[in-house]
Ligand binder design. Structure first.
Ligand SMILES: [Zn+2]
Ligand SMILES: [Zn+2]
Length: 420
């Protein structure tokens, strides 16, 4: 089985490639890259990628697939279909399912459910049993079952001593520790960013310090232990500054942000719009500017979605009671290309944050078009203008604040291991 992708602009940041090339795929692997017209493969199926971008299959290192336990929101199958539609070939799913992915049996269940899914799944294991913050999960077991990282995402690990021990153990297995940075004594019952808008709307606020205090703590613990730390969903200027400073001191830290933190501000909450309710909350224009700068200068290594499906019933409730989070897999590429069009980020750097960077942070053999790699390839029409229509999402849930947005650029073909 051979496929020849012809005349595309190949952007492969891991190998510093950005030129017009033909790509030959054979037996599920990248077989050859060469100048257009120079590969003769009469037996190959041909895909004409003229005028299109050909990039390594995109990786989303932060999604919630909701299975097991919350299949009415999303299943592994529907979540992977959404990933595939958005151009993603690999996704990492967070462990806050029911039961929590804190053991080999849950990890094995997820991997078994994903066997025929439209994207490859990398389960993230829990840091503590049940993500309750009381007792460490069996990290050795989770590592052996195939988890590249641990996180209690959805909740912080409030005990600094527990986080320190988790980081110490993570080093034995060279696992990444992903931190949901939130001091819950500061965020309390807050539902949006603390500031003028929360005061005007009469909603309880979450100060930026709730995120920054925990970011600072975990950076110090990473420095103390030498563990590999990844900061999830950075949303404030202060967190960007803290990560920048830690990196300059040689702390082994990487960080991600999400499309909503560079596309929207707290103003989106006006009208008590529950589609703008997420955790951490949308912040201010000043924070958005700092996030864009952090993406540009590499302080923020990764763009992840924090894809968080919730049912229409749940999101249509009162603002105070609606759950936090939005879906993101089918809009993130368009929103990121908008950033590129604004000049905030180069195209190659944007692709790197979805490919080479998450792959190297997670030590995954993905995110590259090197000969011999898995043929995970995304073909992007950079000029396709389209309108976000939530009702058309492959995701089971439609909770997005971007419904009706006009975007330019979309994944038109997603190949996983040589299969379209
Ligand atoms: Zn989180
Ligand atoms: Zn999350």
């Amino acid at each position: 089985m051979k496929i020849l992708i012809k005349n595309g602009q190949v952007i492969d940041p891991a190998n510093n490639v950005d030129e017009k090339l033909d790509v030959l795929v054979a037996d599920g692997k990248i077989a050859k890259l060469a100048k257009p017209g120079s590969i003769s493969a009469n037996d190959a199926e041909v895909i004409d990628a003229s005028g299109k971008l050909v990039v390594p299959g995109l990786i989303d290192m932060h999604v919630h697939l909701r299975e097991p336990g919350f299949e009415y929101k999303e299943t592994i199958e529907t979540g992977c279909a959404a990933a595939h539609a958005g151009g993603f070939t690999s996704v990492c799913c967070m462990p806050n399912t029911n039961p929590v992915n804190d053991s080999r049996s849950v990890t094995e269940f997820i991997l078994a459910q994903a066997r025929n899914a439209a994207a490859s799944i990398y389960p993230i294991g829990a840091i503590t049993k049940g993500s309750k913050g009381e007792e460490l999960a069996e990290m050795a077991e989770l590592h052996a079952a195939g988890c590249p990282a641990v996180s209690d995402d959805g909740k912080p690990v409030m005990s600094a001593a527990m986080m320190r021990r988790a980081m110490e153990y993570s080093k034995i297995f060279d696992m990444l520790v992903i931190s949901h940075c939130e001091d819950s004594s500061l965020s309390g019952k807050g539902v949006m960013n603390e500031g003028i808008v929360s005061t005007e709307l009469g909603l309880r606020g979450i100060p930026r310090a709730a995120e920054e205090v925990m970011t600072a703590r975990d950076l110090l613990l990473a420095e103390l232990t030498g563990a590999r730390l990844h900061i999830a969903h950075v949303s404030t200027a202060g967190s960007v500054r803290l990560v920048r400073d830690a990196k300059s001191r040689g702390v082994k830290v990487t960080a991600e942000t999400c499309p909503h933190y560079f596309s929207l501000t707290e103003e989106a909450v006006r009208g008590y719009n529950t589609m703008a309710k997420m955790n951490p909350p949308l912040r201010t224009a000043e924070d958005v500017a700092a996030i864009k700068q952090g993406l540009k200068d590499g302080v923020l290594d990764v763009i992840a979605t924090d894809h968080a499906p919730h049912s229409a019933d749940e999101k249509s409730g009162e603002f105070d009671y609606a759950p936090f989070g939005i879906v993101g897999l089918e809009t993130v590429l368009g929103l990121t290309l908008k950033l590129v069009d604004e000049g905030a980020l180069s195209l190659a750097e944007a692709i790197r944050k979805f490919t080479a960077n998450p792959a190297s942070i997670l030590k995954m053999a993905k995110g590259s078009l090197a000969v011999g790699s898995d043929a995970d390839i995304t073909i992007i029409d950079r000029n396709l203008e389209w309108t976000v229509k939530a009702s058309d999402f492959k995701s089971k849930s439609k909770n997005t604040p971007f419904d009706g947005w006009k975007l330019k650029g979309k994944a038109i073909q997603t190949m996983v291991g040589g299969k379209l």
